[in-house]
Design a binder for this molecule. Structure first.
Ligand SMILES: O=C(OP(=O)(O)O)[C@H](O)COP(=O)(O)O
Length: 295
């Protein structure tokens, strides 16, 4: 970088500084993107706050339940925590189920970042639990055994029985206008999904829509569901088909994943918040599949 002025005195000093600044800014345009590429990307995943059917221990899936009172608090607490940590989101992605959208709003409100764009897509929806939708997990465990319920919930490639027209929630789901807005015809939307199938429908959206935002250096929040977040973590962390069964996410707890420029994790994921409470919340979700006599 050359100083171009030969003039002396205050004016010369000013001109020298001007040309120095100009040269610096011109060069910065070239090296700043490189610096951004070298630094890690921060991605936040969030399973929405507790929904009404989380509380009732029913497979909720594509039924559009709102957050419970406790779920609202969880989302607000999550926003407060992220604000305290100085997180600044650039874009938020949600499913088209109200509980994930409502969670995103509450988080942004608690962070005073309501202006941040929220982008919704069915590909972030919860796993489609087929004919299990609406059923109580503990009652299912009493009828079919805890092992079977664990297979339905946590195996990687077992698809539960599909939902059909006789199912009490079929029309509520498929007559909903939101499913006419998807990038596939309504007739081709899933009727049941394994976690593997969730990952398959999620990947095009991840690669084509979310990844470009991350690569621009934007801080992204994905406010989604237990199983859509598990599927994404399986992909990011290359978790084996067997080990993914051991990953359970509690509601309302932000998960920070730091990625290098090839989108590989640079350190273990961090579940942010009080670690004792998080451990207890994970156990509570796992225990939902234990048999209890029907009320
Ligand atoms: O709707 C559901 O998940 P969500 O509360 O994350 O949206 C599923 O019923 C979660 O069930 P699971 O924990 O048995 O996989």
């Amino acid at each position: 970088m050359q100083f171009r002025s030969n003039k002396s005195g205050v004016f010369g000093g000013f001109l020298n500084f001007f040309f120095f600044l100009k040269g610096f800014l011109l060069n910065a345009r070239r090296f700043l993107p490189l610096v951004l590429q070298m630094s890690n990307y921060k991605l936040f995943l969030l399973r929405h706050g507790e929904g009404a059917w989380n509380k009732e221990n029913r497979f909720c899936s594509w039924v559009d339940q709102k957050l419970s009172e406790n779920g609202v608090k969880e989302a607000q607490e999550c926003g407060k925590l992220l604000k305290e940590q100085g997180v600044q989101f650039d874009v938020v992605f949600t499913s088209i189920l109200s509980r994930s959208v409502q969670t995103a709003w509450l988080v942004l409100e608690a962070m005073a970042q309501e202006w941040v764009p929220v982008v919704k897509d069915w590909r972030l929806n919860e796993r489609h639990y087929g004919s299990l939708i609406g059923l109580n997990r503990a009652e299912m465990a009493a009828q079919h055994g805890e092992e079977q319920v664990k297979l339905w919930r946590r195996s990687y490639d077992i698809t539960p029985p599909p939902i059909d027209e006789s199912h009490p929630y079929f029309l509520e789901i498929y007559n909903d206008r939101r499913y006419t807005t998807c990038d596939v015809p309504k007739g081709n939307l899933p009727r049941a999904e394994s976690l593997k199938e969730v990952l398959e429908r999620l990947m095009p959206y991840w690669n084509n829509t979310i990844v470009p935002e991350i690569r621009k250096g934007r801080t992204v929040l994905i406010s989604a569901h237990g199983n859509s977040c598990r599927a994404l973590l399986k992909h990011l962390e290359a978790i084996s088909d067997q080990d993914i069964a051991n990953l359970t996410l509690p509601t309302g707890v932000p998960v920070l994943v730091e990625l290098d420029k090839s989108l590989k994790p640079v350190k273990p994921r961090q579940l942010l918040g009080d670690q004792d409470k998080i451990r207890a919340a994970i156990k509570k979700v796992e225990d939902q599949g234990k048999a209890k006599p029907s009320a």
